[in-house]
Write a protein that binds this ligand. Structure first.
Ligand code: GLU
Length: 281
C-alpha cells in the first residue's frame, strides 16, 4: 500500500470516528438510526459470520432486543467483538451493545453495565477425540491448553490451575486450529461454544467436549456503564423473549444442531434486577 493510500485511509477513519462520536448512545427510538452490536464472528451456534450473514443465539437475542428497543433488524450493524476487546468497544462507543458470550462479572461491571443473564453456560474442555488422558481441569498439569485472552476461561485457569501451560490467542477458532494441528492438547471455554466447534463438519469425529462443566457463565448484554434506563428496557426485552417462547425457539434452532444439551437447572435464567439510578453500576 502506498503512503498516499494509507493517508487516505487514515483520513477516512478519522471521519468515521468523528461521525460516530456525534451519534453516541442508544436512542431507543430507532427512526433510521443504526444500532451497533458487538458479537463473535467465529463461534458456530452463538455468533457466526458466514459471507454477509450472521447467525447464532447471540444474533437472535440481539435482534429480538433491538426490535423491542425500536430498531428493525436491518438497522443493526454487526461488529466483531473479540473477548479481550469487549469493554473497550463499549466504553469508546464503537458499539452500543455487546451480545457475545459475555459473562457477567463484578470485574467487568467496573467498566460496563450488564442486563441479563439471558443464558447460562459452563466452562469445559475440548480435546482430540482419541485423547483419553484429559478428563477434567485437574488432569491438565503439564499439558498445553489454549484459550482466548480477556476471557473468564483463561482467567480461571490462571487462578486455579497454575500447573497448566496456557497459550492465549485472540479467538477460540485459532485455538481450535492449534488443537487440530497438535500444537496444544486442549481448548477451554464455555461448553456451548466448544460443542459448536466439535460439530463442525470439518472437525466431526476429530474433536470432542469432555462434558464436565467447572464454572457457571451467565451471559449478559453489555452496554455503556451506568445506563440504567437502557438496562431496564433490555431486561424487559429478555424477559419477554423467554416468556413468549422466542427464547426456546432460538435455543433449539441455534444450539440444537451441535447436539448441545442445555442445562435445564439454570436455563432459561431469570434476569437480574437493574441497579437503581443512584447506585449506577
Ligand atoms: N463467557 C466467557 C467470557 O465472557 C468465555 C467466552 C468468551 O470469551 O466469549 O469470557
Amino acid at each position: 500500500m502506498t503512503i498516499r493510500r494509507l493517508a487516505a485511509l487514515g483520513a477516512a477513519l478519522v471521519l468515521t470516528v468523528g461521525l460516530s462520536a456525534c451519534t453516541g448512545g442508544v436512542s431507543h427510538a430507532g427512526g433510521g438510526a443504526k444500532l451497533k452490536v458487538g458479537i463473535k464472528f467465529d463461534e458456530p451456534g452463538l455468533g457466526f459470520k458466514r459471507g454477509s450473514t450472521y447467525a447464532g443465539l447471540d444474533v437472535d437475542v440481539a435482534t429480538y432486543v433491538a426490535e423491542q428497543l425500536g430498531y428493525r433488524a436491518s438497522d443493526i450493524q454487526w461488529v466483531q467483538a473479540p473477548s479481550a476487546q469487549r469493554e473497550t468497544l463499549i466504553s469508546t462507543g464503537q458499539v452500543d451493545l455487546v451480545v457475545a458470550t459475555y459473562s457477567i462479572t463484578d470485574q467487568r461491571k467496573k467498566k460496563v453495565s450488564f442486563a441479563g443473564p439471558y443464558f447460562v453456560a459452563g466452562q469445559d474442555l475440548l480435546v482430540r477425540s482419541d485423547d483419553t488422558s484429559i478428563t477434567g481441569p485437574e488432569s491438565l498439569t503439564g499439558k498445553k491448553l489454549c484459550s482466548a485472552s480477556g476471557s473468564t476461561s483463561a482467567q480461571k485457569v490462571k487462578d486455579k490451575y497454575s500447573g497448566v501451560q496456557l497459550q492465549e490467542y485472540q479467538t477460540y477458532s485459532e485455538c481450535v486450529a492449534a488443537l487440530v494441528a497438535g500444537r496444544v492438547d486442549a481448548v477451554t471455554t464455555d461448553n456451548a461454544i466448544l460443542a459448536g466447534y466439535a460439530a463442525e463438519p470439518a472437525y466431526k469425529g476429530t474433536l470432542r467436549v469432555v462434558g464436565k462443566a467447572f464454572s457457571q457463565e451467565r451471559y449478559g448484554i453489555g452496554f455503556r456503564h451506568g445506563d440504567v434506563a437502557l438496562c431496564q428496557k433490555i431486561t424487559t426485552a429478555i424477559t419477554s423473549m423467554i416468556s413468549s417462547g422466542a427464547w426456546q425457539r432460538a435455543v433449539d434452532a441455534n444450539l440444537g444442531p451441535s447436539g448441545f444439551r442445555v442445562d435445564r437447572t439454570t436455563n432459561p435464567p431469570q434476569p437480574d434486577p437493574c441497579p437503581s439510578e443512584s447506585t449506577s453500576s
